[in-house]
Ligand binder design. Sequence first.
Ligand code: AMP
Length: 428
Amino acid sequence: MSGNDSSKSRSGSRTKASRGKASGGRPQHKRGGKQHGTRNGAGRPRSGGNRNGNQRVKEIHPSKFVNTAVTPVERPPYVATHTFDDFEFSKPLKQNIAQRGYVTPTQIQDVAIKPVLEGRDLVGLADTGSGKTAAFTLPMIQALLDHDFEGNVLIMAPTRELANQIDEEFRAFAKGLGLRSAICVGGVNINRQIKALRNDPHVIVGTPGRLKDLLQQGELPTHETDVLILDEADRMLDMGFIKDIRFICDTLPPKRQSLCFSATITPEIEKLLKDFLHEPVTCSVRTTENNDHIQQDVIEAESREEKIEILGELLTQPEFERVIIFGQTKHGVQRLADKLNKKGLRAEAIHGNKSQNQRERSLRAFKDYRAQILCATDVASRGLDIPEVTHVINFDQPPSYEDYIHRIGRTGRAGLGGHALTFVPRGG
Ligand code: AMP
């Protein structure tokens, strides 16, 4: 893209980039002709508060949304120390791995599979996109095969979509092995889930709220759980699931294996690890700290209407091929998608007010390139694996800088270039 190319027609006034970061820059998207004084990056405090909706928004200086001196860091590819053949997987499981097209383990798989196969508890510091799902799914399947399908594996994930993705991955690897899974997420009929649970599944994957409901109804066989997996634990805690997680974990047999994956370790996570894991091995393969390869810039706009007008111009440019736009509220995200559709763009929305089926349909349309744009809230987008996102646009500023990093991490994956644009108020 570029952000710049698309702003060529705009007034050439001083850019945020030049004020915020002396990074040699490219002009940024700026409308109107207002000039603002240079502040050498020390801009006047913004009115943090509720600019973006009803969620609390921490103050983030606009310079943090700018990285115009992109270093296309060619990270040397990770050289795995194992092949999938080195792991003690059964032949049919190895065949399923090959059939899925996995030839070399990713870093997290390389370091985590062995200790998990040995039955150790494990903390995996790994992001979405690192291949963490297979890092826990593959040894789990092997353990179930080794133990004659006894007991169950309980996987908790923050969102319905992530739970579905885990289940899909499990099913692909478990093909023909006689293993059953049950998916227990909110927003869909509970009776079918109860039926699936009564069918004695080997793997149960779900979101904490629904799992707790099922447990309280006496339908979740946690007393038979041999392995507990907490995926994206940091986000589950952010989403307020801590009580539900603890409620469920307190009913698990003390003698079990526990794995916890998280992008960050906060004191709250540490407490969780201390309470529910036993002498864990830690595998850290974090990658998102460095976003130098993502071209980041800001766009000045004062009102919602102005932002939508700018988006209408940007999104018709060919380089904006596959775009995720983040908004703060469910209503705001839906209204934005509606407005963009009215402009003749193909936009889908995912947020908590949509039913599970609607969310899945929207996501599918985006993944299949039938929709160019996915408007999303932070929560709904968490953990989604969508390759080749060309641009992330922050229609509303993220609630925290950490959320910003999570958001822009949706683009520039797998060594591809990425672009992130953030709307900021004019003259901030
Ligand atoms: P995850 O971080 O588990 O969501 O995985 C991210 C993406 O990488 C998914 O599309 C996986 O199917 C893919 N993936 C994971 N491990 C491998 C591997 N060893 N080889 C090829 N693709 C992989």
